[in-house]
Ligand binder design. Structure first.
Ligand code: SF4
Length: 234
């Protein structure tokens, strides 16, 4: 995650996610977070015991509460100087940060953010239940870059109903983000996978004549769609 070959401790201080996007496996898991004071206390103990100076905070919605995030950064600055963290956040939350918040994040150990940018098409963002504007990641990345915070943008392709125009809009946004700093801006690309019980997962499965009814049937059907030219949806 940090690309510097130094030891990293993976730590989880929350579970679930508060965003409930219509395509995501995690949409059905309510968000719960450890109190900030407890989290920092545990991290300080880990730091003292193991000497590790960077932490991968393996959470899905680290900026869900801006008050909590500010408090976290303030306590980190005070108790864990010289240590850094990586976390995953939603653009809708990061777009609410003002310059003083960004300064605090940088001083409070934030070194890298993974961001659920997902698409450059406003139509697709609305369809998958994302609450940010398609251009929000541009402002976010400018604020992050100005403070030495690296960003990694998740993109998903293959959402039911996606068109070439949607794909082009995503490629266009990827190009704009990359042009801001091609070394310091990273991307991860994923294909949509239908999760039963989510609105878009059920829509995708409804295209299938005979959707798998159980785990064994599902695993057997994976081969059917494994070939490069195979399509499971129109
Ligand atoms: S896509 Fe990201 S923000 Fe949306 S529910 Fe899943 S983990 Fe949360």
């Amino acid at each position: 995650m940090f690309g510097n070959e130094q030891d990293t401790f993976v730590f989880v201080a929350s579970q679930g996610c508060g965003k409930h996007c219509d395509f995501c496996y995690w949409s059905g898991f309510a968000l719960g977070m450890l109190p900030v004071e407890d989290t920092i206390e545990i991290l300080v103990r880990i730091q003292n015991r193991l000497g590790v100076r960077q932490f991968h905070l393996a959470e899905l919605d680290i900026a869900a509460s801006l008050g909590r995030l500010r408090k976290f950064a303030r306590l980190w600055r005070e108790r864990l100087p010289g240590c850094h963290w990586f976390g995953l956040a939603s653009p809708v939350d990061l777009a609410r940060l003002d310059p003083a918040d960004w300064d605090l994040l940088a001083e409070g150990g934030c070194r890298k953010l993974e961001i659920g940018t997902e698409s450059g098409s406003q139509r697709i963002l609305t369809k998958i239940g994302k609450q940010h504007h398609k251009d929000d990641p541009i402002g976010i990345i400018k604020n992050a870059l100005a403070r030495g915070i690296q960003t990694m943008h998740n993109f998903v392709f293959g959402i039911p109903g996606e068109t070439w125009a949607d794909r082009r809009a995503s490629l266009n946004l990827i190009r704009r983000l990359r042009n801001l700093d091609s070394d310091w801006t990273l991307f991860t690309f994923r294909f949509f996978q239908p999760t039963p019980g989510t609105r878009l997962g059920d829509e995708a499965l409804s295209y299938h004549q005979d959707p798998p009814a159980g785990l064994k049937a599902f695993l057997a059907s994976r081969q059917e769609f494994g070939a490069e030219c195979a399509r499971s949806m129109p």
